[in-house]
Write a protein that binds this ligand. Sequence first.
Ligand SMILES: NC(=O)c1ccc[n+]([C@@H]2O[C@H](COP(=O)([O-])OP(=O)(O)OC[C@H]3O[C@@H](n4cnc5c(N)ncnc54)[C@H](OP(=O)(O)O)[C@@H]3O)[C@@H](O)[C@H]2O)c1
Length: 334
Amino acid sequence: MKGTNVAIVGATGMVGQEFIKVLEQRSFPMTSVRLYASDRSHGRKMKVRGEEIEVKETTPDSFKGIDIALFSAGADISKQFSPIAARTGAVVIDNSAAFRMDPEVPLVVPEVNPEDIKKHKGIIANPNCSTIQMVVVLFPLHKVNPIKRITVATYQSVSGTGLAAVDELIGQSKLVLDGKKADPKVYPYQIAFNVLPEIDVFLENGYTKEEWKMVEETHKIMHAPGIAVSATCVRVPVVIGHSEAVQVEFSRPMSPAEAKSILSKAPGVTVMDDPSKRVYPYPVMVAGQDDVYVGRIRKDASHPNGLVLWIVGDNIRKGAALNAVQIAEKLVQK
Ligand SMILES: NC(=O)c1ccc[n+]([C@@H]2O[C@H](COP(=O)([O-])OP(=O)(O)OC[C@H]3O[C@@H](n4cnc5c(N)ncnc54)[C@H](OP(=O)(O)O)[C@@H]3O)[C@@H](O)[C@H]2O)c1
């Protein structure tokens, strides 16, 4: 791909703004960049590489001359415009859930299944944030000692729901501290000083769609449909950074020392694990970092082949924008 012209759809959003930051920080080789959002943002100016660029409304004509289109404007916009962008000649990297489980669309975490990128037919899907950080840590262990079962509980920050949710947490926190009543709009109940076991819609099987994404996407990315996965996804009053308590059952026993040794060499992973000095990762520390952090690695007292891990990642960076830009970098390298 020579001279890369990039479009960002959803440029004004939480992930869109991070796309701009990550592209700049990694000096992504862009010949040009165009910014798109809804008609509400038409005419707004945003800085990219020091240059003021006008945001335009997304239309079917937005993709002429574009090589890579980074989408993060929700599944409906992706369904409407990604096929048009792909037909126009762009490769779409889509952050929404629109195409993730489409067998024709690769679902990629570059540290895990970069080889799937070349199977694309114009659209590549970026996985769900909670799945990305989990598989970055579990895949290197799985390669050495195949995983049979994963049980995970997530503690997901409000930035995963977008800018409006961050405003809601901050606004509600001030109201509650002032002794006033919180007024939920983005979430069904108060999120300030609270914890909500509901992310995305409920399915007939009792899980939420977010929980089911972790099951299906893990199978697809790791090419391991046989792993039993059960997730409980929980929204917590944290601004940036998803945390996960993960119990893993391997084919045979694995010591915490072996897991640490494997993970300390794994791409995109930082081991931060010294209980004697209270060293472990947490969201406030991980926000803004590229790596996924892992600590509290210990034998699972409930299973001889089990380990328990605490995994923390920046959901806006590795969970969204960074992962997509890493995919774009692989496309450009070809
Ligand atoms: N936040 C995360 O951690 C995360 C992680 C992975 C994936 N994602 C996915 O990324 C997408 C965006 O998430 P976000 O957190 O960035 O949300 P957000 O902060 O609410 O931003 C939404 C973006 O979509 C744009 N948009 C809305 N309606 C549009 C329309 N009709 N046409 C074109 N653009 C439109 C908005 O533009 P205006 O400003 O003009 O309204 C804004 O740029 C979602 O699909 C989400 O599932 C998010």
